[in-house]
Design a protein around this ligand. Structure first.
Ligand code: PMP
Length: 374
């Protein structure tokens, strides 16, 4: 009998919550541009503004600071491109939507555990005053939580006038955070990483921060982001944020199954490396390197058995390049393209982890004798 498929690639895209899909279906069936004055338009506006409140609540901030975008990629592009031509510092482990929007940026190194290196940051801050510092709140490949509050405090102490950005796409719905307490000016969010729809996100902008208008045309989103609002998507995002906020405790429970999996694999295969294991991580993510077997071979072996995991960020996994995150962590070159990312979420069951362990161990026993021990 066919085994049930197992989806453990939530950091690439989390399955949408059924209540979110239901709400979106209802709203998609209704006409109305949120800028129109008639009753249909007013109803659409009501859903957009309700969602703005829900997103603000997730980040413990004011709805006024929330601008809807097409996702975290757009939010990151808006901020990083706004500061082009000025001195910018970004962590070496940022998502490509940050790194490629700021090719001139200087990289802040990370430690072997995948946490930003505060001493190296201090050295970089002692040079010319940067206009922007961008450090993500949670890394998408390892799940390692970054000390963004400390980064912001240090940067402001040393460099008055500096702007701070954090990409919180992989933090939202996984750990609690407050926009003001982080001390940042800009914060990027993505709906589909927290079980909302794909193609929607937000940029939070603190009062006093330089505005970073990105798309020009209509006057939507207080002239910060032109274009007719995606009403169903935005409403779905709002509901997903609300549900995620109410389920932070159950999300935290995922670490038990994740830690059991890591223990099981390590006992059978002591040569594996679990990246960021000694750092604070979000509960759902595990990045496991197995020397000798390229990540795409591992992925295909698991896929044949109906198990979906990833080699890292979905954006670059079509072509399995060595992971820039693992390289920045100083991982040996042979491991940088030999690691799998397992990421769970709201619909994951303990049996999913057990099945992954079973299939992974079967794969390992087939190839173990061929592994070149380096
Ligand atoms: N930042 C991080 C940390 C991510 O993991 C992702 C998604 N891979 C993005 C940004 C891009 O988000 P979106 O898909 O909403 O554009």
């Amino acid at each position: 009998m066919e085994k049930n498929p197992v989806y453990l690639d939530y950091n690439a895209s989390a399955p949408i919550r059924p209540d979110v899909a239901d709400l979106m279906r209802t709203l998609m069936a209704k006409p109305g541009n949120a800028s129109s004055i008639h009753s249909f338009g007013r109803e659409a506006r009501h859903h957009v503004e309700g969602a703005r409140e829900q997103i603000a609540k997730l980040a413990d901030t004011h709805a006024n600071y929330v601008t809807f975008t097409s996702g975290a990629t757009e939010a990151n592009n808006a901020v990083l491109k706004h500061f082009s031509g000025r001195r910018v510092l970004v962590s070496a482990i940022e998502h490509p939507s940050v790194l490629e929007s700021a090719p001139q940026a200087e990289k802040i190194p990370v430690t072997r555990d995948g946490v930003i290196d505060i001493e190296k940051l201090e050295e970089l801050l002692s040079g010319e005053v940067p206009a922007l510092v961008s450090v993500m709140l949670v890394n998408n490949e390892t799940g390692v939580i970054q000390p963004v509050e400390e980064v912001a405090r240090l940067a402001r102490q040393r460099c008055p006038g500096v702007h701070i950005h954090t990409d919180a796409a992989q933090a939202a719905g996984k750990i609690p955070f407050a926009f003001a307490a982080l001390g940042v000016d800009y914060l990027s969010l993505s709906a589909h990483k927290m079980s909302g729809p794909q193609g929607v996100g937000a940029l939070l902008c603190a009062p006093g921060a330089e505005p970073v208008p990105f798309l020009h045309g209509g006057g939507q989103e207080k002239r910060q982001r032109a274009g007719t609002e995606n009403v169903a998507g935005i409403a779905g995002f709002g509901l997903a944020a609300d549900i995620a906020l109410n389920h932070l405790d159950s999300f935290a429970q995922l670490s038990r199954w994740r830690d059991d999996l890591e223990k099981t694999l390590r006992e059978a295969a002591p040569e594996i490396t679990i990246f960021g294991q000694d750092a604070a991580r979000v509960a759902n993510t595990s990045k496991i390197g197995l020397p000798g077997i390229p990540a795409n071979t591992q992925l295909m072996n698991l896929d044949i058995e109906g198990i979906a995991v990833s080699s890292g960020s979905a954006c670059s996994s079509g072509t399995i390049k060595p992971s820039h995150v693992l390289q920045a962590m100083g991982a040996p070159e042979h491991l940088c393209s030999h690691a799998l990312r397992i990421s769970a979420g709201w619909a994951t069951k303990e049996s999913d982890f057990k099945r992954l362990a079973e299939v992974w161990l079967k794969m390992y026993s087939r190839v173990a004798n061929k592994i070149v021990r380096l």
